[in-house]
Design a protein around this ligand. Structure first.
Ligand code: SF4
Length: 460
C-alpha cells in the first residue's frame, strides 16, 4: 500500500490535463446522475427505505459479533467453511492456502473491492496462480495493469480506442489478431476469451454485496452474469467479504437491494442477483464442491463505536463519487488507492493511516451533495471535517497552518482591528487586480461586506 499524501496534488494536475479522462468523466457523470435521479423519483418510498436500511445496519453493527457467529454457524450447517482474517496479509494467506490445497492453477474472479483492498491478485500471482478478472471493466484494467478508477465502473476512465488497443495487444496469443473498433465486437471478443477461462478455472473468487446471517448466504449483484459463472463452474468457490457486510435476514437484504441498484446505476434491480449458500448438494445439477468464506476485518472493528462508526454503513454504491465535484474533475486514480471520491477520502486515511493519506480529507469542497445522495445517510462532510481536525492536531503547535491560524485569531478576536485590516487588504486587491499567482481571482469591489451592508442599512 503506497502513501497517498504526496501524490494526490501531483496526480490531480495530471488528471486535469488528460483530455481522454476529462471526456470520459463528463460522459459518465451525467449518465449516472440522471439515471439515479429518475430511479429515485420513481420510488416515492425511497427515503423511507433509506431510513429503514440505516436502522437495520445500525442494529446489525451494534450486535456484529452475534450476527457474524450466526452467519458462521449457518455456513457450517450448509457444508461450507468460514475463515477469519484480521489483516490483508492474513486474508491473502488464507485464500492462497485454500487454492494450494486444491492444487489450483487458474482462478477466475468476480468484481470485488475487498480483493483490491487486500491486493489479492498480487498474492495469488506471487504464488504461481493465474488470475483472470471476469467483470468486463475489471478485465480491462487488469490488462492495463491499473487499479479501478470507480468502485462500480472500474474502467470508466478508458476510451473505446484505448480498450481496442489493449485487446489487440493481449488477445493475439488467443488467436484474435484483428484490430477492432466497434463496442459489440470488443465485447464479443472478450466474451470468447473469458469463456475459456471460466471453463478451465479451478477456483472462483467473488466478493459479496451482502452476507445473510440467517441462511449463511453470500449475495452478489451484477449486470454481466460473470459472477454466476465464477461461483458455479469451478470446483471451489471462495467468497471474500469484509465483516460489516453481514445482515440479519433475507427480508433485510430485500430493503438494501432496492436502494443499491437505484443509487449505483439507476436500475430498479441489477440484471443478476445471486445467492450462494454452501457447496453443491447431491440433488443440485451444478455448483462448487467446496464453499469457503473469508471474513476480513482490516481495521473495521476499531471503527465500531468510534467517531467514524457511520462509515461502516457504506454499501459501496458509488453515488457519492458520481455527485462529487472533485471526483468528477480528477477521477479515481488521483486518490492513490482503491477507494476514491468522498467515501475513499474517509476510508483510505482510516485504513492506511492519516499520515499516509492526509491530503484526502481536504479533497472535498464540503458541498454536501455526497451526504444528500448517500442511500445510507452517511454524514461524509462531517467525517471529512473530523479527519481534518485530527490531521491538524497531529501536526503539533509549530505547523505552518497552526501559526497562520494563531496570527489570524489575533485579529479575529478584535473586530475593530479586523475590519480595519480587511478594508485595507480589499482596497489593495481592488487596485492590484489579478496578482498572477496561479489563478485569476475576480477583482473585489473595493469595500468589505460589512461596510457595504452598513451603507445599505443607513440608506434604508
Ligand atoms: S458512502 Fe454512501 S454514497 Fe458513497 S459509496 Fe458508500 S453508501 Fe454509496
Amino acid at each position: 500500500m503506497k502513501s497517498t499524501a504526496h501524490i494526490f496534488k501531483y496526480k490531480t494536475k495530471i488528471a486535469l490535463k488528460n483530455v481522454n479522462l476529462q471526456n470520459a468523466l463528463a460522459r459518465s457523470k451525467s449518465h449516472f446522475i440522471d439515471k439515479r435521479r429518475a430511479a429515485v423519483n420513481a420510488l416515492p418510498e425511497f427515503n423511507r427505505l433509506r431510513q429503514r436500511a440505516c436502522e437495520i445496519k445500525e442494529h446489525t453493527l451494534a450486535h456484529l459479533d452475534f450476527y457474524l457467529e450466526y452467519f458462521e454457524t449457518q455456513v457450517h450447517n450448509s457444508g461450507g467453511y468460514v475463515h477469519w482474517a484480521d489483516t490483508p496479509q492474513a486474508a491473502c494467506e488464507q485464500i492462497v492456502s485454500i487454492c494450494q490445497a486444491t492444487k489450483a492453477q487458474r482462478v477466475t474472479k468476480g468484481k470485488s473491492m475487498i480483493s483490491e483492498e487486500i491486493a489479492l491478485n498480487t498474492a495469488l500471482e506471487l504464488n504461481g496462480i493465474e488470475v483472470t478478472e471476469t467483470d468486463l471493466g475489471e478485465y480491462i484494467i487488469q490488462l492495463a495493469k491499473e487499479p479501478p478508477s470507480h468502485i462500480i465502473a472500474p474502467a470508466v476512465h478508458k476510451t473505446r480506442e484505448e480498450i481496442a488497443n489493449l485487446f489487440y495487444e493481449h488477445h493475439q496469443k488467443y488467436g484474435f489478431t484483428k484490430r477492432l473498433s466497434q463496442i459489440p465486437e470488443l465485447v464479443s471478443e472478450a466474451r470468447k476469451v473469458l469463456r475459456k477461462k471460466f471453463i478451465s478455472a479451478d477456483v472462483g473468487i467473488t466478493g459479496a454485496n451482502f452476507l445473510i446471517a440467517e441462511t449463511g448466504s453470500a449475495v452478489i449483484v451484477t449486470n454481466e452474469g460473470n459472477g454466476d459463472l465464477t461461483n458455479t463452474l469451478p470446483r471451489v468457490h471462495i467468497v471474500v467479504a469484509s465483516i460489516e457486510k453481514v445482515l440479519p435476514s433475507l427480508e433485510d437484504v430485500a430493503t438494501f437491494l432496492r436502494l443499491l441498484a437505484r443509487s449505483a446505476t439507476g436500475q430498479e434491480l441489477t440484471s443478476y442477483t445471486s445467492f450462494s449458500t454452501g457447496p453443491r448438494r447431491p440433488e443440485d445439477l451444478d455448483g462448487p464442491e467446496e464453499f469457503h468464506v473469508v471474513l476480513v476485518d482490516n481495521g473495521r472493528s476499531e471503527m465500531l463505536g468510534n467517531e467514524f462508526h457511520e462509515m461502516l454503513r457504506c454499501i459501496r454504491c458509488g453515488a457519492c463519487l458520481n455527485h462529487c465535484p472533485i471526483y468528477s474533475a480528477v477521477g479515481g486514480h488521483a486518490y492513490g488507492w482503491v477507494y476514491p471520491g468522498p467515501m475513499g477520502s474517509v476510508l483510505t486515511p482510516l485504513m492506511l493511516g492519516l499520515d499516509k493519506a492526509s491530503s484526502l480529507p481536504h479533497a472535498s469542497t464540503l458541498c454536501g451533495r455526497c451526504e444528500e445522495v448517500c442511500p445510507m445517510q452517511i454524514p461524509l462532510p462531517k467525517l471529512l471535517r473530523q479527519l481534518r481536525v485530527k490531521h491538524y492536531q497531529s501536526q503539533g503547535k509549530a505547523s505552518f497552518v497552526g501559526l497562520g491560524l494563531k496570527f489570524w485569531a489575533v485579529f479575529a478576536k478584535r473586530p475593530r482591528i479586523y475590519h480595519f485590516m480587511t478594508a485595507i487588504i480589499i482596497r489593495l486587491f481592488a487596485r492590484l487586480g489579478n496578482l498572477g499567482i496561479g489563478r485569476n481571482l475576480p477583482r473585489p469591489q473595493g469595500e468589505t461586506f460589512m461596510a457595504a451592508w452598513k451603507k445599505r442599512q443607513a440608506k434604508s
